[in-house]
Design a protein around this ligand. Structure first.
Ligand code: PBG
Ligand code: ZN
Length: 319
């Protein structure tokens, strides 16, 4: 009889047989930067996550640097919002200032910036709005401006999360024309309209003021369409393609990993984090083991990069 258990007998042989191993460089940590001074606001639905003003970013960046993770994903929260999301592409916008600060004081940290207008628009949608419609083509120039402005400030990579059609081509073209031909784009390609983003919208003050995001983000029922979105973004010039959220969409991630010729990222989103933290807080689950298991599953399914709020804890937990 073949006995699988021979290779599971003790920890020494088990660790030799392990197919997937997490490494700090697999992980990327989201950071929320808020306008103002001397701020470190806890996000209620995301225990352990804070909004920092630029002058207090050191508190988190020191930990990021020490952890040796892949990089940070920046989200800005401006004081002023308007119909065009002008804070998103202002030279002295909150995210631009944060990027300059990190570039100068922590040159070893790789800076990825989320490119989307929802934190900056008064209506909270990811694009321009006309009556109750979210406009596509009219939004593209604003996204391009935002991306170029953040790269001018020093961002190493841009990550468009808006889900407008044609944005990867537009941003690639805009970056190239501005001379940033070497700046990669990580496309939120298969981004589903998900209830799992709830806590993020509290953290980033980006909840839509009316309606929902279903006319631009994907239906959670659609796996084949996700692969078409990914293919389209690659065609338009995406360097890395993302599936988001993570756990309920590992089938999409796996299928992409088997068929797609680009590195894959997965976003372990705010609601996924909140559920783990809440259950752990109640003593119902073992947080360390659950987090390690979840992140390992994401890597096993094919993710090269895992964007996760657990990143700083996880590096302490993966030996
Ligand atoms: C902005 C954006 C969102 C997230 C990342 N970028 C929210 C949304 O689309 O409403 C979600 C991240 C998370 O939930 O952790 N478009
Ligand atoms: Zn958005």
């Amino acid at each position: 009889m073949y006995r699988f258990r021979r290779l599971r007998r003790d920890e020494r042989i088990r660790s030799m047989m392990q197919e997937t191993r997490l490494h700090p460089k697999d992980l990327m940590y989201p950071v929320f930067v808020i306008e103002g001074v001397d701020i470190r606001n806890p996000v209620a639905s995301m225990p352990g996550v804070f909004q920092y003003s630029v002058d207090r970013l050191d508190e988190i960046l020191a930990q990021v640097k020490e952890a040796g993770i892949g990089g940070v994903m920046l989200f800005g929260i401006p004081q002023h919002k308007d119909l065009q999301g002008s804070g998103a592409y202002a030279v002295d916008g909150v995210t631009q200032r944060a990027v300059r600060f990190i570039k100068e004081k922590y040159p070893q940290i790789y800076i990825v910036v989320d490119v989307c207008l929802c934190e900056y628009t008064s209506h909270g949608h990811c694009g321009m709005v006309c009556r109750d419609e979210i406009l596509n083509d009219e939004t593209l120039p604003y996204l391009v401006r935002m991306a170029v402005s953040l790269v001018e400030a020093g961002a190493d990579m841009v990550a468009p999360s808006d889900m407008m059609d044609g944005r990867i081509a537009a941003i690639r073209d805009g970056l190239d024309q501005a001379g940033f031909t070497q700046t990669p784009i990580m496309a939120y390609s298969a981004k589903f309209a998900s209830a799992y983003y709830g806590p993020f919208r509290e953290a980033a003050h980006s909840a839509p003021g009316f309606g929902d995001r279903k006319s631009y983000q994907m239906d959670c029922a659609n796996g084949q369409e996700a692969l078409r979105e990914i293919a389209a973004d690659i065609e338009e010039g995406a360097d890395i393609v993302m599936v988001k959220p993570a756990l309920a969409y590992l089938d999409v991630l796996k299928e992409a990993a088997l068929t797609v010729a680009r590195p894959l990222a997965v976003y372990n989103v705010s609601g996924e984090y909140a559920m783990v933290k809440a259950a752990a807080d109640k003593g119902w689950i073992d947080e360390r083991r659950i987090v390690t298991e979840n992140l390992t599953a994401m890597k096993r399914a094919g993710a090269k990069i895992i964007i996760t709020y657990h990143a700083l804890d996880a590096v302490r937990w993966i030996e």
